[in-house]
Design a protein around this ligand. Structure first.
Ligand code: ATP
Length: 626
């Protein structure tokens, strides 16, 4: 043996199948001290494997597949041990003094049969174990997504959707890896190691006792060296990264370096970095060299000692040659299995980390839940909306009062325009009306029913929202329009499109309603997207309309088309509109002027202009030239 055994990956390399690309910090060896210089951008792997229980609970939902995988696992392990056992028979019966004719053929027939069984069982094991890995991941993804959809928008303010989507991809990929590969390796090697040890005891109890005592003596130093090596390798990589950063910095600023005559200084600085890299690499090489010597000494020394004892046993007749052959083969298998087990431990910890993080998402409970016995909203809907002494602070900014003692009653069919400077609390009204948050004081009512007493889905079914920025999905025009009214017929869709002034451009699309609109509806213009959003709200046919007028500049023609579409939409509905256009405030039944979360003025355009207050000032700035 020349080097550290390479059938296992060297400790400073990722284990096969481990997934460093997912941004996990390399897991330390069991019992390795935590790295002081470790810079973690992701949560560290936990020290315990308990979160893996969640994966087991998912897997056991498929008892047939779990049973098939386990049976195949036991079969492959048994077949692996059966090979040296059969080999013992061959050596003892075919070569010994009492060799029987034909026994070699017969023994090798059995051996071939074992190999066939091993092949089939391995294929079955691979299929079911991988199947379970993919199945568990599919189920976890679906359950996590389903729970996320229940959570209010506030949750996604503190938990960034980017981070969550990475959990949905990278953490589930780790779990797939753990179930589909790591657990299989761990189980297979545990079974093989245990089965092998039992067989070894059966073969030669005394020798095996020596082996069992010897295993930790070999494993612990290797694990200790492995953890040191990993640490040094990491700092070696950091030093190499320093060199890269320095090169990029200096070459990027080459003009400054040269015009300030700093070549000499940069040369010295770089030489220093190169030497530091060399020093760390030298330490790594030294540790590895010593480790190689220790491994060779311990492993080969151990094997030599066993062979020695075995040879003595054969010479004094207490052991047969076949026993020694089988002992060495099985011992090799057991050692290989133990080695594989130390390698997968880190992966299992990583899997436990991933499972823990996904479990958090699965267990997250919405703050805004339907009441145990929701009050049914009056039918037919009237479309009344009332805010009564509402006080609200966003949970993430409790020091800032977004709404204070806010009262507003919107009668059925009334159009109320909300006007106010940025940060006045206009959008907050919409969020509270849809019960995305509960106010800390006061109450919001829809058709007389306090929102917390009704089912949030029923509340939202009575509202149609047209946001400032039209949100379109990467789907067909038809699906974008009937989002929220999936049973709408094509006639209804076209009628809504016509009313929203969207018919003409929809007809001109290459495949009509079936045209794919691209990522976020990128294939439509801003004005067209807004008219799509208006048509969608029309199709929803809700009694209350929450309209946040677009501020994005549209050309006069587009503006007229959008305004016309909005007029259609507002007809016969209660409308709360965050107004940015003079035409809207003029058409409104009432204008409510907000500032600092309170109503500061109310009236119509003429009376508010005459009052010469905040509205008059805003109107001069906002609506000038409109
Ligand atoms: N998600 C949030 N978390 C914490 N504070 C928020 C949040 N959204 C808004 N606020 C704060 O609440 C107050 C009211 O904001 P709101 O968005 O309702 O104002 P707005 O009148 O709609 O403003 P704009 O016209 O700029 O959209 C502001 O002080 C704002 O900073």
């Amino acid at each position: 043996m020349e080097e550290v055994p390479q059938e296992r990956p060297a400790p400073d390399m990722p284990a096969p199948g481990s997934n460093p690309a997912v941004g996990q910090a390399p897991a330390p060896a069991p019992g390795a001290p935590a790295d002081a210089d470790e810079t973690l951008t992701v949560p560290p792997a936990p020290r315990r494997l308990t979160p893996l229980r969640m994966i087991w609970r998912e897997a056991i939902k498929y008892p047939g597949q779990v049973a098939a995988a386990l049976i195949a696992l036991v079969t492959t392990s048994t077949a692996t041990i059966a090979i040296p056992a059969r080999f013992k028979g061959i050596v003892d019966q075919a070569f010994g003094p009492h060799a029987q004719p034909g026994v070699i053929d017969q023994a090798f027939h059995t051996l071939l049969l074992i190999v066939v069984v091993l092949g089939f069982a391995t294929a079955i094991r691979f299929y079911y174990v991988s199947w379970l890995g993919e199945r568990v991941v599919a189920d976890i993804r679906a359950r996590v997504q389903s729970n996320l959809l229940r959570l209010p928008p506030a949750f996604f303010e503190t938990n960034s959707p980017k981070e969550i989507s990475s959990r949905m991809t990278s953490d589930t990929a780790i779990i797939e890896q753990v179930v589909g590969t790591t657990v299989s390796i761990a189980l297979r090697n545990t079974i093989t190691a245990l089965g092998g040890l039992i067989y070894l005891f059966f073969l030669a109890p005394k020798l095996t006792a020596g082996l069992v005592i010897g295993i930790p003596v070999v494993i612990f130093p290797i694990a200790w060296f492995g953890s040191r090596l990993r640490k040094v390798s990491r700092s070696s990589q950091d030093r190499v990264a320093d060199i890269g950063a320095m090169t990029a910095e200096v070459l990027g600023a080459i003009r400054i370096v040269q015009s300030f005559g700093q070549e000499g200084r940069e040369r010295a600085r770089f030489a220093g970095a190169v030497e530091r890299t060399f020093d760390t690499a030298r330490r790594r090489i030294l540790i590895r060299a010593v480790m190689t010597a220790v491994v060779i000494f311990l492993v080969m020394g151990g094997i030599t000692a066993l062979m020695w004892q075995g040879a003595l046993g054969v010479s004094n007749g207490s052991l047969t040659g076949g026993t020694i052959a089988a002992f060495v083969l099985t011992g090799g298998i057991v050692a290989g299995s133990c080695g594989a087990l130390t390698e997968v431990y880190g992966d299992l910890l990583r899997g436990a980390g991933a499972a823990g993080r996904l479990n958090e998402l699965l267990l997250e409970q919405p703050d805004i839940a339907p009441p145990a016995r929701p009050i049914t909203l009056p039918s037919p809907p009237r479309g009344a909306l009332a805010f009564q002494n509402v006080a609200f602070r966003y949970p993430s900014r409790p020091e800032n009062s977004a709404l204070a003692d806010f009262s507003l009653t919107v009668e059925p069919g009334e159009t109320v325009a909300i006007v106010g400077p940025s940060g006045a609390g206009k959008s907050t009204l919409f969020l509270l009306a849809q019960r995305f948050y509960d106010p800390q004081g006061g109450v919001v009512r829809i058709d007389g029913v306090p929102l917390p007493q009704a089912d949030p889905s029923e509340i939202r079914a009575r509202m149609a929202l047209v946001p400032q920025e039209a949100v379109l999905f990467a789907a067909s025009a038809r699906d974008n329009l009937r989002y929220g009214a999936w049973d709408a017929t094509d006639e209804a869709i076209w009628a809504a499109a016509r009313a929203a002034n969207a018919e003409e451009f929809l007809k001109a699309l290459p495949e009509g309603l079936d045209t794919f609109l691209g990522e976020s509806g990128a294939r439509l213009s801003g004005g067209q997207r807004q008219r799509m959003a208006i048509a969608r709200a029309l199709l929803r046919d809700a009694p209350i309309l929450l309209l946040d007028e677009a501020t994005s500049a549209l050309d006069a023609e587009s503006e007229r088309l959008v305004q016309d579409a909005l007029d259609h939409l507002m007809q016969g509905r209660t409308t709360l509109v965050i107004a940015h256009r003079l035409a809207t405030v003029r058409a409104a039944d009432r204008i409510v002027v907000m500032d600092g979360g309170r109503i500061v003025e109310q009236g119509n355009h003429a009376s508010l202009i005459a009052a010469d207050g905040l509205y008059a000032r805003l109107a001069r700035m906002q609506f000038e030239g409109v």
